[in-house]
Design a protein around this ligand. Structure first.
Ligand code: 2AM
Ligand code: CA
Ligand code: CA
Ligand code: CA
Length: 272
């Protein structure tokens, strides 16, 4: 068994445990706390799941590093090094989790030398396990998945998110992009989880996704899953994707990615 096989086996079993916590708690009363504003929520379960994953991985792999949403302080400078680093969003779609909307997931990616090697996104409510390892394809519940072959924006279904910020400038950009894109596409969808949006593109159920303001933990797993499913992940202005830039665009094809990039009103959030 290779070292990466061992990492994969351990993380997969921890992700199942994390999923069981989310499944158990989603329909129970929760302690809900706020972070940057009154729609930026966190629950005990977000913290519990992140601890479960970090404790479980660090006990097996003492030299690995972690970047996790709930263990990062707001505004903290997040540094990605060449060390094996697990990038963790314990619950992506916290707002959905709080309301009991079954579209929420654990998202975890492993980067070594800054190269994504493992990506796992698990929705334990709908039992959807998306997995990818570099060079080995992408899977939903162990069956191979592939992006659509859509090249035209006018026929595309695009996933986007409203985000959880009440910053007026950010809200204005969201509204402007809705205004600009609605007449140009087949449809726009916002389901409340950036990681699952990317998996929907990987699955071929949607053709593209973009978001401004996301963090590395929202997209580290989804990036590998989309690319291993044959899709494209780039910066929303058209250059290479930078996981730390707080910007992402993914699409089924290069043609669609470029067309979507050209149509978007760009926004450059402050970097971490
Ligand atoms: P979360 O549930 O882990 O907080 C909801 O709009 C989606 O955007 C979720 O995936 C949510 O992740 C993510 N998100 C959270 N904060 C955000 C922000 N400031 N900007 C953009 N997306 C954000
Ligand atoms: Ca959050
Ligand atoms: Ca998230
Ligand atoms: Ca989260």
């Amino acid at each position: 068994m290779s070292q990466l096989d061992a990492y994969y086996e351990v993380v997969l079993s921890l992700v199942q445990e994390a999923g069981a916590v989310i499944r158990d708690k989603i329909n129970r009363p929760k302690d809900i706390m706020t972070k940057s504003c009154d729609i930026d929520l966190v629950t005990e379960s977000d913290q519990q799941v992140e601890k479960l994953l970090i404790d479980g991985l660090s006990s097996k792999f003492a030299d690995h590093k972690f970047i996790g949403e709930e263990s990062s302080s707001p505004g903290e400078k997040i540094e990605l090094t060449d060390a094996p680093t697990w990038i963790i969003d314990p619950i992506d779609g916290t707002m959905n989790f709080v309301h009991g909307l079954p579209h929420t997931c654990v998202s975890i990616g492993l980067l070594i030398d800054k190269v994504p090697e493992i990506g796992i996104v698990y929705n334990p409510i709908l039992e959807q396990l998306f997995t990818a390892r570099r060079g080995q394809g992408a899977f939903l519940n162990n069956s191979p998945i592939h992006v659509s072959n859509q090249k035209e924006l006018s026929k595309a279904l695009i996933m986007l998110e409203m985000g959880t910020s009440k910053d007026p400038e950010k809200m204005k950009i969201v509204m402007e992009n809705l205004h600009v894109l609605t007449p140009q596409v087949h449809g726009l969808r916002a389901l409340g989880s950036a990681a699952l949006d990317m998996c929907m593109v990987a699955l071929g159920g949607a053709d593209g996704h973009f978001e401004f303001g996301i963090h590395a933990w929202d997209i580290a797993a989804g990036d590998l899953i989309v690319r291993e499913a044959g899709g494209i992940c780039i910066d929303p202005a058209g250059g290479p994707l930078d996981l730390m830039s707080r910007r992402v665009l993914c699409a089924a094809t290069t043609e669609l990615a470029q067309e979507l990039a050209k149509s978007l009103i760009q926004y450059y959030p402050e970097r971490d």
